[in-house]
Design a protein around this ligand. Structure first.
Ligand SMILES: *Cc1c(COP(=O)(O)O)cnc(C)c1O
Ligand SMILES: [Zn+2]
Length: 428
């Protein structure tokens, strides 16, 4: 624990109390993704040398499959690989994770993919993958002594923060764009009295959060000043996919991209599993999915450039509507290096994707999942994805939160009087 000390770039989320021993488990330092400079574990996210993003670095002990399998049926079975204390199960949280990995025979048949799986994160406690990242951020906030648990959100994050904060008994304040879907607003407001709707898009809300983080003491903004800890939670998606396949990696994975954090962390998880000898090393391809109305990463991929040009989002896939994605350049890197691509689909294809998944696999996904399924279809049809290889598509959220997206697409086939004659006349 003798990492280089440096000035924090944001005011501390701590109350000045000392960290307890093992507060972050096997995590050793925060390390700059760009220049490798290391700082002590704490509430900072930007490198003091080059302003690159800080990432958690570890000294992993030997970890076995048996140790993991003996753990609880939630993300804490991987606690040795996360920046959380060894007694993490004793602190109240929403216990997300270990969601279903479903063999998708019908969707596979429809798209011509031999071996297709859906990793279904809609079954998490607040019905999106965000419960995973928030559980890790909550642990960091608690260990740092933060007094307020907060986030700027495209919707699902606010749901997860508000619920986790309620369970943990910590004050929550969540910020959302005021034009957000009503079900998502209510899904936050039911857990917290401090829901703030901001007149602006997510990027405006995010800027405001950074400003507040710079002014207020004791605030842990999950995706701002404790972002390095938060982001590690997404690794558990990658660990679970490998474990649920019988401790092996798939050939191809399709992942939605908002900030790009989830995609980069699934790749990090696969790399860690290989390095720890928990799975056999093998090549795999990672594909990113965006909605055309907010596709700065897909655009950069197709243009063959390294820089991401920010956009103003205009899409029904609001949970993916980040016009200036923090990890976009790393998504480009990973998709190019692994042989995958980043693709985008129109809002109509997003709606089609929602209905397709529902009618083939009985899974009602939100617009983000419609985007991912729509992109999967497009990748097969355009020959970018190999239908003979084992493929996993990640469903990150649940359809009841974005019900209006398909309200005009589905409904009664007929409205009839309660008589057999009326039914027979429908020819159903
Ligand atoms: C936040 C979110 C994502 C993407 O997250 P990033 O890590 O920011 O790319 C995907 N799907 C849903 C439903 C989300 O809420
Ligand atoms: Zn740096």
């Amino acid at each position: 624990m003798s990492a280089v000390l440096s000035e924090p770039v944001t005011p501390s989320a701590t109350t000045g109390r000392a960290l307890r021993e093992g507060a972050f488990g096997n995590a050793r330092a925060l390390s700059c993704r760009e220049c490798g400079h290391q700082v002590d574990l704490g509430p900072q996210y930007a490198c003091p040398e080059c302003f690159g993003p800080l990432e958690v670095a570890y000294d992993f002990p030997a970890v076995t499959r048996e140790q993991i399998e003996a753990g609880p049926r939630n993300i804490w079975r991987y606690k040795a690989l996360l920046p959380v204390p060894t007694d993490i199960e004793e602190s109240p949280n929403t216990e997300p994770g270990f969601t279903r990995l479903l063999r998708a025979h019908n969707l596979g048949d429809k798209l011509g993919i031999d071996r297709l799986w859906v990793k279904d994160d809609s079954t998490n406690p607040t019905h999106s993958f965000k419960d995973r990242v928030v559980a890790c951020a909550l642990s960091a906030a608690r260990e740092l002594g933060a007094t307020t648990f907060a986030c700027p959100s495209t919707g699902n994050l606010a749901n997860a923060v508000a619920a986790a904060g309620a369970r943990a008994g910590i004050r929550t304040v969540v910020f959302i764009p005021s034009n957000l879907e009503r079900p998502k607003q209510i899904n936050s407001a039911v857990y917290t009295e401090q829901l703030v709707a901001v007149n602006g898009n997510y990027d405006d809300v995010n800027r405001l959060a950074s400003e507040i983080a710079g002014e207020e003491e004791g605030w842990a903004f999950v995706n701002v000043n404790v972002r390095p800890f938060y982001a590690e939670g997404s690794k558990t998606l990658g660990y679970e996919i490998a474990e649920q396949l019988g401790w092996r990696l798939p050939d191809q994975v399709v992942i939605p991209v908002a900030s790009g954090s989830q995609l980069t962390k699934v790749d990090k998880a696969f790399q860690e599993l290989i390095a720890l000898g928990l799975v056999e090393a093998k090549p795999y391809k990672i594909y990113g999915a965006q909605a055309s109305g907010c596709s700065p990463v897909a655009t950069a991929f197709k243009d063959g450039v390294d820089a991401i040009r920010p956009v103003k989002p205009d899409t029904i896939a609001k949970s993916l509507a980040i016009g200036n994605p923090a990890d976009g350049i790393y998504v480009l890197d990973i998709c190019r290096r692994s042989g995958g691509t980043v693709e985008d689909v129109s809002d109509d294809e997003v709606r089609d994707g929602i209905v397709l998944l529902a009618r083939t696999e009985g899974i009602f996904t939100e617009t983000a999942g419609g985007t991912t399924v729509g992109v999967l279809k497009k990748l097969v049809e355009s020959g970018q994805l190999d239908p003979t290889l084992e493929t996993v598509v990640i469903n990150t959220g649940m359809g009841l939160k974005t019900i209006d997206a398909v309200a005009d697409r589905v409904g009664p086939a007929a409205t009839i009087d309660p008589s057999y004659a009326a039914f027979a006349a429908t020819n159903l």
